[in-house]
Write a protein that binds this ligand. Sequence first.
Ligand code: FPP
Length: 250
Amino acid sequence: MSIWSKISRDKIPLHVAIIMDGNGRWAKKRGEHRLFGHTKGVDSIRNVLKVATEIGVKHLTLYAFSTENWNRPKEEIDGLMNLLVQAISNEIEEMDKNEVKLSMIGDEMRLPEKCRQSLNEAIDRTKENTKINLILALNYSARWEILHAAKQMAIMAVNDKNKVQQFTNEDFDNLLTTKDVPHPELLIRTSGEKRISNFLLWQLAYSEFYFTDVLWPDFGADNFIKAIASYQSRERRFGMVSEQINTTNE
Ligand code: FPP
C-alpha cells in the first residue's frame, strides 16, 4: 500500500527531530550487549532517513549523543564513537547518491579525533546536496547551546548595549547551532520516555510531540508514517484560538 494512503501530501513537516531511545533495553531483552542495540539503531536511522526523504521532510535532526552520555561506561562510549565512524564509512556513498546533506550540531571539540575527521569529511563531501539535511546532534546539550548564545550576547553588549536590548527572537535564533534550519514542527521520542532531555529546548517551543513505546531499533518506516499522520491530525494554534486558525487557512 502506498504511504500516501496514510498521510496527506499537504502538511508534511519541514523539520522532524527525533530522540532515539531504547537501544539498551532492546538489546537487554535479547540477552545482548547494549552496543548490539546501538548497532541495530543504525538500521533504524537508515530506514527513517529513506522514508523521510521520500515524503519530502527537508531536515531530520537525530539526538545521537548528549553531553550527559559521557557519564556512561567507557566501553559503551568508545563503542558508540566507533559505530559513528563505521556508520559514516558504510553509508556515505549511498547518502551522497541520494543527495543527503550531512551536518552536525553540538560541541565537536570533545569528540575523538577520528570521529571529527570522518564527520568533517562527510559533511564536506555532502555540503552541496539539497534533498534532505540529516543533522546529527553529537555532544549536544540545549543548555550548553543557549548558554553559549547568551555569552555571545553579553560580549556584544559590551560594544553595543542598545543593539542587544533590541534583540528579537530571530536574532537569538541566529546565535544557535541550528541557525540555518527552521524549528522542528514535530518531535518524536521512542521507548515510552516522555522527556525532552536537554534537546533543542528553544527550538521545540511550539513543536508537536509524539511519544511511542516502540524501542528505537524496532522503529521503522511504518512507525515514522504513523507519527506523521498523528502530526497531521493536530491543530497547531501557536497561542491563538481555533477560529483564528481556520480563518487564516481559508
Ligand atoms: C539511546 O538508547 C540511544 C543513544 C544514546 C545513542 C543513539 C545512537 C544510535 C542510534 C547509533 C549510533 C549513532 C550514529 C549517528 C551512528 P539508550 O542507550 O539510552 O537505551 P536505553 O534507554 O534502553 O538504555
